[in-house]
Design a protein around this ligand. Structure first.
Ligand code: G3P
Length: 222
């Protein structure tokens, strides 16, 4: 259940279609598409659903966020070790909707590594991608914030963000994912042509009337 490229990560966020029984159904669709296509599909889930989806959906699951507080007298935090124990193979770090300062990013990457979680560091632009690559996360996912949740993909609206980010990570060996507004096979194919190693997306799959059909199409673009 390890992550590998080319990779599509679907971030379930807190969409109503993305947690509980509905989210499990979506993750099962993802697992079926992964099996049929040979592509690696992973879901970033609510911390509350990690264990269930890891066991019942049969696909790699990631936390959407983990905290840096050590185990002990802390209330309401998501321990990296607890996420790993629940079956997570990795975690998003610094998603645009869960931003962290650089010192917390470094601490989170370190804690996640110790816990055995793969790290997907989210960045907003090329400059942050370059800074992030120096911290050697397992993946970087660049997402222009203004395009997140919209109908125009990063591949169409800001292709230079992908190609320049690919150049920025080149010496580091960190695979570059991209996202924001990705909804079609053409969006995925363009990102891959520009040198991306995969996609991080959400609404294009989670809010789709027929997510399975969208997933079947998206993997063709890898
Ligand atoms: O984590 C993925 C994300 O922020 C992109 O969201 O809805 O534009 O695919 P979306």
């Amino acid at each position: 259940m390890a992550l590998r490229t080319p990779l599509i990560i679907v971030n379930l966020k807190t969409y109503p279609q993305g947690f509980g029984d509905a989210g499990l159904g979506l993750c099962r669709d993802m697992a079926a598409v992964a099996d049929a296509s040979g592509a690696c599909l992973a879901a970033a889930t609510s911390a509350l659903d990690l264990r269930r989806y890891a066991i019942e959906a049969g696909l790699p699951v990631l936390a959407q966020h983990v905290d840096t507080a050590p185990a002990g007298a802390h209330t309401g935090t998501v321990l990296p070790e607890a996420a790993a124990a629940a079956g997570a193979v990795g975690t998003l770090v610094n998603h645009a909707e869960r931003q962290l300062d650089w010192s917390t990013i470094e601490a989170t990457l370190a804690r996640a590594r110790v816990a055995g979680l793969a790290t997907v560091l989210c960045t907003a632009d090329v400059e942050a991608t370059a800074l992030g690559a120096a911290l050697r996360p397992d993946y970087i996912a660049v997402e222009p914030p203004e395009l997140i949740g919209g109908d125009i993909s990063v591949s169409t609206a800001r292709p230079e963000v992908i190609s320049d980010s690919v150049a920025a990570v080149a010496g580091s060996g960190v695979p570059l994912l991209c996202g924001a507004g990705v909804k079609t096979q053409a969006d995925v194919a363009k990102a891959m042509e520009l040198g991306a190693a995969g996609i991080l997306l959400a609404s294009g799959v989670v809010k789709a009337p027929e997510p399975r059909a969208v997933l079947d199409e998206l993997v063709q673009g890898l």
